[in-house]
Design a protein around this ligand. Structure first.
Ligand code: GLN
Length: 289
């Protein structure tokens, strides 16, 4: 069988199961089976595939057909131009979270001459995509991360080692017991509704429910995080939270009520409100170090 033939038949079987992106998925899985990149694959359409590689491709395809996301099958996902190790212990990093990184970098750069931001903390870091990206993009920052899940801690440490970016990690429920103070807190907390998570579990979706479940309206963790954050931040520091588009207004209201000013909502790549940002007016009086 040729590369072209394998791609066509693979994509056809994925399409038959109504998988969203059949050709892309088939391409990524064939590249995986052939230990090559998708770009090199496109330049090798007429190459013959060995029976062993074809069998491996069929196995990977079978995993995808049984509902496993491509990122878990390949055990990696690109985020902000870097590759992160992922498996069932963590949420797969989404492009939806990249605008949060961009916003954080913009604020950090904008504050540099006035009141430099140094201590940045990522709450519920999962794979570590936010914390490690910020630390690698701006190496002078003192970035730390936390997560309640022991599995997430393991995956975080794998990524920290692979990206040669050794950051302090604490196992904690949101900000409980974290030393602080911080100049900026970022988070992609669990924000799906109980009903959404239940539907995902019933459909066999393998992402960890505890990374997604945000209570009846999906706002429980956000509410708790906003409340805790004011004791962990210094004056004029920033909180950036990712949430669902239908939650942004209520999340913004929570920030305002907690004493944040200049509260704004930034859109994701699809133009839907996604990141809520606020600057803390006063916080225990502590100044930036
Ligand atoms: N963006 C994720 C989803 O829609 C949810 C992530 C989260 O709860 N933090 O599946």
């Amino acid at each position: 069988m040729t590369v072209r033939g394998a791609l066509q038949s693979g994509a056809a079987s994925l399409r038959a199961r109504s998988i969203d992106t059949p050709f892309l998925d088939a391409t990524l899985l064939l590249a995986e089976a052939l230990a090559t990149t998708k770009e090199r694959l496109f330049a090798a359409y007429s190459d013959e595939i060995s029976p062993e590689r074809a069998e491996l491709f069929q196995r990977l395809l079978g995993e995808r057909l049984s509902g496993r996301p491509v990122s878990y099958i390949r055990r990696r996902k690109e985020f902000f131009g870097r590759e992160f190790y992922v498996d069932e212990r963590v949420l797969v990093p989404r492009p939806d979270s990249e605008p949060l990184v961009e916003a954080a970098l913009r604020i950090i750069d904008g504050c540099e001459r006035v009141a430099p931001i140094r201590r940045v903390h990522d709450v519920g870091t999962g794979s570590g995509c936010l914390a490690l990206t910020l630390a690698l993009e701006r190496p002078y920052l003192a970035v730390s991360a936390s997560d309640l899940s022991p599995g997430a801690e393991e995956v975080f440490r794998i990524n920290a080692a692979r990206l040669a970016c050794d950051l302090p990690f604490t196992r904690a429920s949101l900000l409980s017991g974290l030393p602080g103070p911080f100049d900026m807190i970022v988070s992609n907390p669990p924000y799906l509704t109980d009903a959404e998570v239940q539907a995902m579990i019933e459909s066999g979706w393998p992402e960890p429910p505890e990374a997604l479940r945000g209570g009846r309206e999906g706002l429980d963790c956000i509410e708790q995080l906003v409340a805790q954050s004011v004791d962990c931040l210094v004056r004029d520091s920033y909180l950036l939270i990712e949430c669902a588009p239908q939650q942004v207004e209520r999340a913004a209201g929570m920030l305002t009520a907690a004493g944040y000013e200049r509260v704004e909502v930034l859109p994701d790549l699809a133009g839907r409100g996604r990141v809520v940002i606020g600057r803390l007016r006063t916080a225990g009086g502590a100044e930036r170090a």
